[in-house]
Design a binder for this molecule. Structure first.
Ligand code: HEM
Length: 126
């Protein structure tokens, strides 16, 4: 299977991931109804986000928590939503890539999801 090495690989991965996300009955609504995502803007951000994480090229300059807090206020992002997000991400990585960066993409997503869920839990109590 192919290694995850280039921005083109990331584009393929991210595009395949979101094509699953928008069909998923558990989490699609966050993207389609709540955030009403502008895909022409969101996808390049996600390419840069993963490029920064996996290849250390700091092309992503955003603030992921700042994007998720307002969504959580409209509809709580619960553990089962994070689990489904991670399940779709892991599936998509494993269907398309193998090797160190593929493993890292799964591992990093798990850690970020954990941290995100934790920060949301705290924010809800404030
Ligand atoms: C329940 C799980 C999740 C849901 C429902 C969710 C949903 C969303 C939505 C709706 C947006 C906003 C898009 C827009 O406003 O155009 C977004 C942005 C983003 N998400 Fe998530 N997300 C989840 C988990 C994650 C995880 C685990 C990561 C990282 C591994 C992540 C990384 C990002 C990044 C980097 C952005 C772009 C932020 C920016 O504007 O710079 N998300 N997400």
């Amino acid at each position: 299977m192919k290694k995850l090495e280039t921005r083109e690989d990331i584009q393929q991965l991210v595009n395949s991931f979101y094509s699953k996300v928008i069909k998923d009955e558990k989490i699609a609504s966050f993207f389609t109804d709540i955030a009403k995502v502008n895909w022409d803007e969101h996808l390049p951000k996600m390419y840069s986000f993963w490029e920064s994480i996996l290849f250390g090229q700091m092309t992503y300059k955003g603030n992921p928590m700042g994007a998720h807090f307002p969504i959580d206020e409209i509809k709580a992002m619960e553990q089962d939503h994070f689990d489904r997000w991670l399940q779709l991400w892991t599936e998509t990585v494993e269907e398309n890539f193998s090797g160190e960066n593929a493993d890292l993409a799964i591992y990093k997503a798990q850690n970020i999801a954990k941290l995100m869920a934790f920060k949301m839990e705290i924010a809800r109590r404030l």
